[in-house]
Design a protein around this ligand. Structure first.
Ligand SMILES: Nc1ncnc2c1ncn2[C@@H]1O[C@H](COP(=O)(O)OP(=O)(O)O)[C@@H](O)[C@H]1O
Ligand SMILES: [Mg+2]
Length: 280
């Protein structure tokens, strides 16, 4: 989407730091995070496990307060969650209502907005269909597999039509086939709407498949965004193309690609990359 004009800044952090607890000795998880996400942008936060990706996303959502500095959404400091930001959690159980069935979960937010029944139906039909859960609309969350719950969570957030999607490793627990369907579907939705997406992952392949920009985070403590890559490749992206592979190698150089301890998933090399990079 390089042809998109330079848009206004939707999410901004300038010198945001976070430590949990009041203890003086406690390390800062994040320190001096600088970040700009523009309107309509698909922005990836990529970093090793434990570097503070969820913490940063939770601060954007208004669930966690920064220790220093502020995150701004449209120039307003984030103080609490709001309907402009929809969060897709890593673990769907945190957000689904166990006493509501699949369709009722999708329609919950719409009902809160006093939307009429017929209109709610239309919207829930659309998103249940999209995530492949139409056949399961009367089931309850405990009757669904992990992947189905995750798809339900996504349908529910999309039904609420937030301007900003905050996504915390949303596809990490899905099987490979479902993951790639959902990735493609997310890109399609994003291309057809003007949503701003902040998407957390530790999977480099996923980052390059999806993102227009990739903010590479350093390790905790005192993690921050140490580089931002622009991914100027058309969608759907081809993980075997030369440009993809080159970018993969570039970004992987930020991490320990032999993968002993840093937790960034760079192991699933396409065969071409294994050949080109001479990696194990
Ligand atoms: N509620 C919390 N209380 C105390 N420490 C926390 C809390 N949430 C996260 N942490 C710590 O902050 C660090 C970053 O965690 P997190 O943001 O979940 O990282 P990531 O999502 O990148 O794996 C970890 O060391 C984690 O233990
Ligand atoms: Mg996390």
């Amino acid at each position: 989407m390089s042809e998109r004009k330079l848009q206004q800044i939707t999410i901004r952090a300038n010198g945001v730091s976070k430590k949990y607890g009041d203890s003086v000795e406690a390390d800062f998880v994040l320190e001096d995070v600088k970040l700009e996400i523009r309107q309509g942008e698909f922005f990836i936060l990529l970093g090793p496990s434990g570097c503070g990706k969820s913490t940063l996303l939770n601060m954007m959502a208004g669930f966690v307060e920064p220790t220093r500095g502020d995150i701004f959404v449209h120039d307003q400091p984030v103080r609490r969650p709001g309907p402009d930001r929809g969060m897709v959690f890593q673990h769907p159980d945190a957000s689904l209502f166990p006493w509501l069935n699949v369709r009722q979960n999708v329609e919950f937010g719409l009902k809160m907005k006093h939307m009429k029944r017929e209109e709610r139906r239309l919207i829930s039909n659309r998103f249940l269909d999209m995530v492949g859960l139409s056949e399961h609309e009367t089931k309850f969350p405990h009757e669904l597999s992990g992947g189905m719950k995750q798809r339900l969570q996504l349908a529910r957030v999309l039904a609420n039509d937030p301007e900003i999607l905050l996504m915390d490793e949303p596809f990490g627990a899905l099987d490979a086939q479902t993951r790639s369907v959902m990735q493609a579907e997310l890109v399609r939705i994003w291309l057809h709407t003007n949503k701003t997406v902040a998407f957390v992952t530790h999977d480099l392949n996923e980052a390059i498949l999806l993102g227009q920009k990739i903010g590479v985070m350093s390790r905790s403590p005192s993690a921050h965004i140490e580089a931002v890559y622009h991914v100027d490749l058309p969608y759907p992206r081809d993980a075997t193309s030369t440009e993809f592979v080159e970018l993969y190698k570039d970004i992987a150089s930020h991490f320990n690609v032999t993968g002993r301890s840093d937790g960034v998933q760079v192991g699933a090399f396409p065969p071409s990359l294994t050949k080109l990079g001479g990696l194990p």
